[in-house]
Ligand binder design. Structure first.
Ligand code: ZN
Length: 262
């Protein structure tokens, strides 16, 4: 009996150790997260992915769009803490209203976003939100959660297999689920956190953070009009529009405080 439990105890101990060494605090919100990804590895992954996208997707030559994105990017990158960032802001020819930021400071904006961002502050709200995911290291957190749930599943599968005499089908199937979790879009909690942090960053860059509320209202209207089918990836797991707007308003005073600082 003792011997059967040994791997399980080792797994549990390993998980506890990983959590202990990998606990970090998210800047601005102070939330504790478990993240055992290495920031340098995250940045390397971000760079590889960004280079791939630049090969695959057409890059916009529109001077107006490019100048606008560079201007907003310059102002925001000065206030957003991404260690060892090599900032790059690229406009992609893509009609879907989307934007993304990858670890290492790589930011992509679709031409389709401008119909909803509408003005410079609106664009700052979107880029601020996307880079906030990077600052908060939400991808690493998701991956860490995936690894931990994989470990938990392995442990549960081990016990179950011992009881049923099965040969490992259960953990394999369940591990697939854990891997899926790791690659899935950000969680609702992470999205709301990125909203809150994004408003702070745009305020520090000199943009009125209240414009972020207007931006998400425009997104809500666009989404209602176009239907869920065409929901861009970065909105797919997003919380209900009313929730995000009310949460954003709840945290607005802290962003406004930064905006009013001389
Ligand atoms: Zn997001």
């Amino acid at each position: 009996m003792k011997r059967q439990c040994a791997p399980l105890i080792a797994l549990a101990t390993l998980s506890v150790c990983l959590i202990a060494v990998a606990c970090r605090t998210v800047p601005e919100t102070g939330r504790k997260q478990v993240n055992f990804m290495n920031p340098a590895d995250e940045a390397a992954l971000g760079l590889t992915e960004f280079n791939k996208l630049k090969q695959e997707k057409p890059i916009s030559k529109d001077q107006g769009y490019n100048a606008l994105v560079q201007r907003v990017g310059d102002r925001l990158s000065k206030v957003m803490p991404v260690p060892n960032a090599e900032w790059e802001f690229v406009v992609f020819e893509d009609p879907s209203p989307n934007a993304f930021a990858l670890p290492g400071g790589k930011v992509g904006v679709h031409t389709g976003l401008f119909q909803i961002s509408q003005n410079e502050a609106g664009l700052a709200a979107v880029i601020g939100h996307e880079v906030a995911h990077v600052v908060a290291r939400h991808s690493g957190e998701r991956m860490s959660q995936g690894v931990l749930s994989g470990a938990a599943v392995l442990g549960a599968g081990y016990v179950l297999n011992k009881k049923t005499g099965s040969n490992g089908v259960i953990p394999t199937a369940a591990l697939g689920g854990a891997a899926l979790l790791a690659t899935k879009a950000f969680s609702r909690k992470q999205e709301l956190e990125a909203d809150r942090m994004g408003a702070i960053f745009m305020a520090r860059a000199g943009y009125d953070p209240q414009e972020s509320v207007e931006l998400w209202k425009r997104f809500a209207a666009w989404r209602a009009q176009s239907g869920q089918q065409s929901t861009p990836v970065f909105l797919a797991s997003h919380p209900l529009d009313e929730t995000r707007i009310s949460e954003l308003q709840r945290y607005m005073p802290e962003a406004l405080e930064d905006y009013k600082k001389p």
